[in-house]
Write a protein that binds this ligand. Sequence first.
Ligand SMILES: Cc1cc2nc3c(=O)[nH]c(=O)nc-3n(C[C@H](O)[C@H](O)[C@H](O)COP(=O)(O)OP(=O)(O)OC[C@H]3O[C@@H](n4cnc5c(N)ncnc54)[C@H](O)[C@@H]3O)c2cc1C
Length: 342
Amino acid sequence: MKYDVVIVGAGPAGLSCAEICSKNGLRTLVLERKVILGKKVCAGGITWNGLLRKVEDISQKKFSTQHIFTQLQHATVSEKDPIIATVNRQELGKLMAAKAINCGAEIKLGWQVTKIGNDTITIKNKKQGHCEVLKYSHLVGADGSTSTVRKYLQLPVQRYGVGINYQISGCYDNMEWHLTSKLFRSGYAWIFPHKGTISIGAYADAKVITALELKKNLLIWAKTVGFELEKEKAQAEVINFDYQGSIFSNRYLAGDAAGLASGLTGEGIYPAIISGEYIGNKIINPSHSSIEFDRLIKNHQRHRRAVSIAGKNGAVSTLLSEITCLFLRLKLLNFKAAEMAR
Ligand SMILES: Cc1cc2nc3c(=O)[nH]c(=O)nc-3n(C[C@H](O)[C@H](O)[C@H](O)COP(=O)(O)OP(=O)(O)OC[C@H]3O[C@@H](n4cnc5c(N)ncnc54)[C@H](O)[C@@H]3O)c2cc1C
């Protein structure tokens, strides 16, 4: 079986790419190793700008006020419109898949890509165990932070963060960011309320805090804000922010596979959608250019520089988090300056 475009991974990067390719008449296949679309360790926070620009409003909760805490201060930032909304990743996956399928894309769930060749890939059905070989003209790696396609391209991941999420039942009113540098260095802990559940977690640069330390510190911090997480189920994943390009002849990388999440905040849904669309348009028209993608790369570089400076040592992290909070309080800094969609 030969396809114009084979996309590995049915996350936001793969599905946005599939929609563009199939809409433009290319025979497009998306391969996803999981059987449930959209299942992903994630806090589900998406900036209002990024969400509304790209998908319709499927938000669970919207927040026009953000609470930012440091060791010494508390800033509240309020706007008329929502600043961030929370989404359910399975709902986002379903919506994006329906759009891609409507445009003619085929999505195979429960199939893992196990081997990549010059113009073929081998896929294995995870339930039945049998393999198939498919031919491609273009291959898109949208297969997340531990991308098989990226490994095939021999691009090691040297800069990545670790994110840990607890999705617990309950209700909570505020969306909170805790820049507690003595526990998370340049990273932070969050409380993101959803409908009937709360995402509580932490993100940090893996270069300065190990996953084990991060989990230990997250549990310590959670107690101080009234959450006992010891008996809850933790889920963790790495977040690749080592971007080294996205086009390699007829092979491409998008989203986390390309390393396009923010190294500073771990925000990756919007970069995944933008880069998936960009790759799709590039396949259709190699001279395509995109202001949105160029802006994303600039923001990504800015965040990468910031995380390198802020993570230098504990004193620098503390100083920068306190200055950030003070500037937010004095309205000298716009909260949206940290958005990838700005
Ligand atoms: C704890 C945590 C919290 C986060 N919170 C946020 C947040 O609040 N907001 C935000 O914007 N971002 C957040 N992120 C980041 C965000 O989840 C990712 O950046 C985003 O999902 C990237 O999308 P993607 O499509 O590139 O990859 P993914 O969503 O990871 O999708 C990749 C898909 O590829 C599939 N796959 C992988 N290998 C294969 C293979 N060999 N064969 C077939 N299929 C394969 C996977 O099963 C997966 O479904 C968070 C991440 C973590 C870890």
